[in-house]
Write a protein that binds this ligand. Structure first.
Ligand code: GTP
Ligand code: MG
Ligand code: NA
Length: 456
């Protein structure tokens, strides 16, 4: 492979943290969009992907008078949900990124999903910046729109500065309890092992230039080791979506390499590997979210890193959370097909050999894995079958096999998927129970309550 050593790809930055700390709002502020207010209940439930061109970031950091020259094409930013049910999406997001922004609400300090996110980052040894968000909520805060944070801080009264310092010290102590050194970034000259804290407001923009500058400086420092462009395609399927006029499409994150229109690709499918050809490569406009409906840009080829919508035939049974492979001229198709199905091995091995157990269904491979893991302890609930996507009649048929054996296992545990009308009717007719919930924990609780009821 004759990879060009001087060519760099865009780094991937993941935004993580507890629910409602302001992750999406921070991105909205930088993009000049309003994604957060369009979310159901103001809660993020999907991974979001946005591309920020280098030019835009340079513009936003000008006031800091630092050398914000970017040698990468841009920055790909991944927004993750903070709600406790979406551990799988936080895990997937953090698995894709080179650097993260951990958002902490200055009024709340570290919260359960802050710590969960922190542990994911520690596990993968991912560098991160803490955004200490919602500084505008400190009583008496004087708005300094878009200002670098040190400048904004100087404008504050002694009282506000004291309030801020109290909270900052508390939060640094909470990080210390998690085994991490943190420090306000402009006091953290000799970084070493001390992580930077940047106070921010997603409402009035204080500290936003600082966050962007730190991201730029980080990329400059680590570019050569981590961001060298490779021709080897590294690509993850985020979502499988039906789009009017295009049929079933997949949203992917291209981490490295390049995709072309006409490339032969292999995707992990429920009924085996899917071999197909890329018909169109679409992206949203720069600074717009992939998950928000809008107009798309067509590309003949796209270089990493990017969030892309792929249009191709036969994607109906593609599985979110798995890897996509390109079949190169020197590749053996059978080898690529085998490699593609590797991702399914862990869930397949979870199916009970006895053929007895409940039927488990989820929207993505990641959520299915999370649900299967949850069903293991403290009491192992055996699983006889699995599926990804909506509950159809055939799933009810498969679950109904248990009716005559262990009746309580004639149950479908369905997370974040639709149940078709026909499936619902057949289940009622046969006596198969379908439990649905928006959270895997609620789902387990429902099933446990049902079992306990039977015992009484
Ligand atoms: P999830 O994705 O659901 O985990 O939440 P999130 O972290 O993306 O938070 P989101 O952007 O949805 O913001 C949550 C609430 O906090 C919204 O009502 C925002 O308007 C508000 N908010 C976010 N950032 C700030 C901030 O800097 N200052 C103030 N005052 N409010 C903020
Ligand atoms: Mg959000
Ligand atoms: Na929210």
């Amino acid at each position: 492979n004759s990879d060009d050593k001087n060519e760099l790809r865009s780094p991937i930055c993941c935004i993580m943290g507890h629910v409602d700390t302001g992750k999406t709002k921070l991105l909205d502020y930088i993009r000049g969009t309003n994604v957060q207010e369009g979310e159901a209940c103001g809660i993020t439930q999907q991974i979001g992907v946005t591309y920020f061109p280098a030019e835009n970031i340079r513009e936003r950091t000008r006031e800091l008078k630092a050398d914000a020259k970017l040698n990468v094409p841009g920055l790909l930013v991944i927004d993750t949900p903070g709600h406790e049910s979406f551990t799988n999406l936080r895990s997937r997001g953090s698995g894709l990124c080179e650097i993260a922004i951990l958002v902490v609400d200055i009024m709340h300090g570290l919260e359960p999903q802050t710590i969960e996110s922190l542990n994911l980052l520690k596990m993968r040894n991912t560098d991160f910046i803490v955004a200490l968000n919602k500084v505008d909520r400190l009583y008496g805060w004087k708005t300094c729109r878009n200002a670098p944070i040190a400048k904004a801080m100087k404008q504050q009264s002694k009282q506000v500065q004291m309030l801020f310092n109290d909270r900052l010290i508390q939060i640094i102590t909470q990080f210390k309890e998690q085994g991490l050194n943190t420090e306000l970034y402009y006091k953290n000259k000799d970084r070493g092992d001390t992580f930077n804290i940047v106070p921010t407001s997603a409402i009035s923009g204080e500290g936003i230039p600082d966050i962007l500058l730190l991201l730029v400086q980080w990329t400059q420092k680590t570019m050569i080791e981590r961001l060298t462009f490779s021709k080897e395609v590294e690509c993850t399927v985020l979502e499988v979506k039906v789009i009017e006029g295009h049929g079933t499409t997949i949203d992917v994150v291209l981490v490295n390499g390049v995709l072309h229109e006409g490339d032969q690709i292999v995707v992990c499918g429920l009924q085996g590997p899917i071999v197909t050809t890329i018909r169109s490569l679409l992206t949203p406009h720069p600074m717009k979210e992939l998950r928000v409906k809008g107009t798309y840009l067509h590309h003949k080829e796209i270089k990493a890193a990017q969030g892309i919508k792929i249009i191709a035939q036969g994607l109906e049974h593609a599985i979110a959370g798995t890897s996509l492979y390109v079949v190169g001229p020197d590749d053996d198709l059978e080898d690529v097909k085998n490699k593609t199905m590797e991702d399914m091995k862990s869930v397949m091995s979870r199916i009970d050999k006895s053929g007895e157990g409940v039927y488990v269904q989820a929207s993505t491979l990641g959520s299915l894995e999370a649900l299967l893991e949850l069903l293991k302890t403290p009491v192992n609930i055996p699983v006889r079958g699995i599926s990804i996507g909506p509950v159809h009649k055939k799933d009810v048929m498969k679950a109904s096999v248990m009716l005559e054996k262990i009746n309580e296992y004639a149950t479908i545990l369905a997370f974040d998927v639709k149940v078709t009308q026909e499936a619902r009717e057949l289940a009622d007719e046969l006596g198969v129970r379908i439990f649905t919930a928006d959270s895997i924990y609620q789902l387990l609780e429902q099933f446990k309550a049902y079992i306990n009821n039977l015992k009484e």
